[in-house]
Ligand binder design. Structure first.
Ligand code: NAD
Ligand code: TYD
Length: 332
């Protein structure tokens, strides 16, 4: 199979490209990525010279670039997105552009060029905060911030193209991912790298918000399965099944990093902060998927990875990140 992966230079995208090249020797991958602050060619330097891999720098909102990249492709996996909730509160424009208009551009090109499959990668955040129980694929979407609202817009558009044009879309909605190559603005890599440097860990609100954590390699395996076995027009939740309060997670990170709990610094809450996400993942389990990594082991592997790969993350925490961090935490 010849795949077009968009956003392949980001966190999940780079892990997914590596997964496909290793798991499917007959497959090839074109990676179309704009290289925003979150896209990093270093994430894939180990496969850069694989003859089955090709990188194209470009924007999914650019119809000409997208049509060109789609030539001869059997399936598209759309990972390209603006992804950080806090940034969407400060600069929502780019979220609407990429996460809605970018999806529209891909849908139009896939329809016109009759590409056999478009797997669109979405998030549990489209369901909004879930006080009790777990979100099922048929539940209404109640996004509560510009990131999740933009992602919900992309999902609804994709499903509308299936309804009206039978454009062959499939959607996955996963819970919070963690693991190697995650940009250090997201909570787990931010807290690990701050801890390494004995810097404060800014914990929002009362620290009791709950996220359902999924190791990125388990998500890659699920995405791969849905890509090959999922039914057109359907949505598949991918949940890690490990729900934990942020304060508990923070203590676990500090313990693994060998740093004191005095680094925990409560800060003002994120506006509109969703209290809890929880996914019912029975549907993807029925396709034959289950997470293979235990949360505690995967978190330990992740902490060890960041400790061993300072050369990867240190440059990311300077420059643009420093300005973002000052704006973000200066404002709180
Ligand atoms: P990321 O921010 O690490 O990477 C996003 C990638 O998309 C970057 O390489 C960036 O350069 C690229 N990109 C952004 N705008 C683009 C554009 N207009 N054209 C082309 N490329 C562009 O994101 P991630 O965490 O790897 O997330 C990947 C996907 O998975 C996203 O769709 C996200 O909504 C979804 N998701 C992420 C999580 C998570 O916990 N990280 C959970 C559920 C769903
Ligand atoms: P994040 O990694 O931004 O993912 P999302 O908001 O998409 O779930 O945040 C995960 C949780 O951690 C969320 O409840 C917000 C909280 N958080 C903090 O307490 N401090 C931080 O500095 C960050 C970035 C997040």
């Amino acid at each position: 199979m010849k795949l077009l992966v968009t956003g392949g230079a980001g966190f999940i995208g780079s892990n997914f490209v590596r997964h496909v090249l290793a798991a499917h020797p007959e497959d090839s991958v074109v990676n179309l990525d704009k290289l925003t602050y979150a896209g990093n060619p270093a994430n894939l330097e180990d496969v850069a010279h694989d003859p089955r891999y090709r990188f194209v720098q470009g924007d999914i909102c650019d119809a000409t670039v997208v049509r060109d990249a789609l030539k001869g492709v059997d399936a598209v996996v759309n990972m390209a997105a603006c992804t950080h909730v806090d940034r969407s509160l400060m600069e929502p424009d780019e979220f609407l552009r990429t996460d809605v208009f970018g999806v529209f551009t891909l849908l139009e090109a896939v329809r016109e060029l009759k590409i056999p499959r478009l797997l669109h990668i979405s998030t549990d955040e489209v369901y909004g905060s879930v006080e009790r129980g777990s979100s099922r694929e048929s539940d209404p979407l109640r996004p509560s911030n510009p990131y999740s609202a933009s992602k919900a817009g992309g999902d609804l558009l994709a499903l509308a193209y299936w309804q009206t044009h039978k454009t062959p879309v499939v959607i996955t909605r996963s819970s919070n991912n963690f693991g190697p190559y995650q940009y250090p603005e997201k909570v787990i890599p931010l807290f690990i790298t701050n801890a390494v440097d004995d810097q404060p860990l800014p914990l929002y609100g009362d620290g009791k918000n709950v996220r359902d954590w999924l190791y990125v390699l388990d998500n890659c395996a699920a995405i791969d399965l849905v890509l090959r076995k999922g039914k057109e027009g359907e949505v598949y939740n991918i949940g890690g099944g490990h729900e934990v309060e942020n304060i508990v997670l923070t203590r676990q990170i500090l313990k693994l990093a060998g740093k004191p709990e005095t680094l925990i610094t409560p800060v003002k809450d994120r506006p509109g902060h969703d209290r809890r996400y929880s996914l019912d993942a029975k549907k993807v389990q029925q396709l034959g998927w289950a997470p293979r990594h235990k949360f505690g082991d995967a978190l330990a592997t992740t902490v060890a990875w960041y400790r061993a790969r300072e050369a990867w993350w240190r440059p990311l925490k300077s420059g643009e990140f420093r300005a973002y961090y000052a704006k973000q935490y200066g404002a709180r």
